[in-house]
Design a protein around this ligand. Structure first.
Ligand code: GLA
Length: 381
């Protein structure tokens, strides 16, 4: 864990609020495969990482509460009985959303102060937002003895995102951040919200992330659009979610949907199958197969689901030039953020140098390479 960050957040809290806080770490996540399948009740394959949000939180006798975003050096004072969303895109909506969802469940909160900061850049596609939501709900649950289970907490985090941030996200990010297991990825069935842990040891290969350092606007509205396309097609098929459809089911309604939306639904069906296949490849230790599935996932996200972007596609092309990179794809919602790459350990340095140089030349800006450890979910430090 990032001890520098922990010390910084603790110190900032103490200076601002003159008392000792409860400290919480809530991780971001990667996703090996299974993208845009979660809100279709399908399978995803995420893991919590050793980067995320550190939150310091404590009750106060004051008649208002304070949230302090240390990275932004911004503090906001608010009343618990007047919680409402603030301007779009503002960080406090993650905090306010969680408070509102807790209050909706008739749980009683008292005033509190929270300071937080993180070591994943926003827009990296590593779910700093779910990490923040989970840290807030986890901390409040502890301080005010709310008696929430982890499953209830992640629903609160997800609803905060729906209702206060305006992104109709699935459950993958909040789940992975809350339930992560050190050195494991979780094959999560988003219908039952139950997962099977897989120990991740790729022997002479490893995962590495490359951040494009871009986040294109419109990503939130495009996300909600994709979700409603999927829901409409599921309705047309007379099923609960696309998870229940096969490719031949989809064929039967081909003339009732636009070609573009047909491809989107087809992508979801195929990506869901790929996530399950990936788990089998991992059980068999077949990394070549896993890599192929990862490349296929990207192709689908790029051409069928259309949530990639030029920068992500370029980095995946760079990976394909190197036969020691077994697979690469965009990760998360899309339109920017990171690629996830499955790379031979002895090639890591050469590949990251080559990709970084090519990216700089092409876009006249730097990408960032991250190495991650798989970590436990949200917990008290
Ligand atoms: C975002 C959402 C998730 C999931 C991914 C795409 O990260 O928050 O719920 O839908 O995009 O797989």
């Amino acid at each position: 864990m990032n001890t520098v960050l922990i010390n910084e957040i603790e110190t900032c809290f103490k200076e601002a609020f003159k008392t000792d806080p409860l400290l919480i770490f809530s991780p971001g996540r990667i996703n090996i495969i299974g993208e845009h399948t979660d809100y279709n009740d399908g399978f995803v394959f995420p893991a919590a990482v050793d980067k995320g949000i550190v939150a310091a939180i404590q009750k106060t006798d004051a008649d208002s509460s304070v949230a302090y975003a240390v990275n932004k050096d911004e503090k906001i004072t608010f009343s618990l009985d007047k919680i409402k969303p603030s301007a779009e895109g503002r960080w406090e909506n993650y905090v306010f959303g969680v408070i509102a969802e807790i209050q909706n469940r008739s749980k009683k909160l008292g005033n509190f102060n929270i300071a937080f900061g993180g070591d994943i850049p926003g827009g990296a596609g590593m779910s700093s937002s779910a990490a923040l939501e989970n840290s807030v709900v986890y901390g409040l649950n502890e301080l005010f003895d709310l008696g929430l289970t982890k499953n209830e907490m992640i629903i609160i985090s997800q609803k905060a995102e729906h209702n206060y941030v305006g992104v109709k996200c699935g459950i993958m990010d909040q789940y992975a951040s809350m339930f992560g297991i050190e050195n494991h990825a979780l094959l999560l069935d988003c219908r039952t919200v139950e997962s099977k842990p897989y120990e991740i040891d790729f022997k002479d290969h490893q995962l590495m992330l490359i951040n494009t350092n871009v986040k294109h606007s419109l990503s939130d509205s495009a996300y909600n659009d994709r979700r409603s396309v999927c829901e409409n097609i599921a309705e047309l098929l007379g099923i609960k979610a696309l998870r229940d459809a096969t490719e031949s089911d989809l064929e039967t309604i081909k003339d009732q949907v636009s070609p573009v939306n047909y491809q989107k639904a087809l992508f979801v069906i195929q990506e869901n199958n790929r996530a399950v296949e990936a788990s089998k490849a991992m059980e068999a230790g077949d990394l070549e197969r896993l890599g192929q599935l990862i490349y296929q996932s990207h192709a689908g996200l790029q051409h069928q689901y259309k949530v990639s972007c030029e920068e992500l596609d370029f980095l995946v092309e760079q990976a394909k030039l190197n036969n020691k990179v077994l697979g690469a794809r965009m990760m998360g919602g899309g339109f920017g953020g990171c690629t996830i790459n499955l790379v031979a350990k002895d090639e890591i340095e050469a590949f990251s140098e080559a990709a970084s140089k090519a990216y700089q030349e092409k876009f006249n800006k730097a990408c960032s390479v991250y190495f991650i450890e798989l970590s436990d979910g949200t917990h008290i430090i």
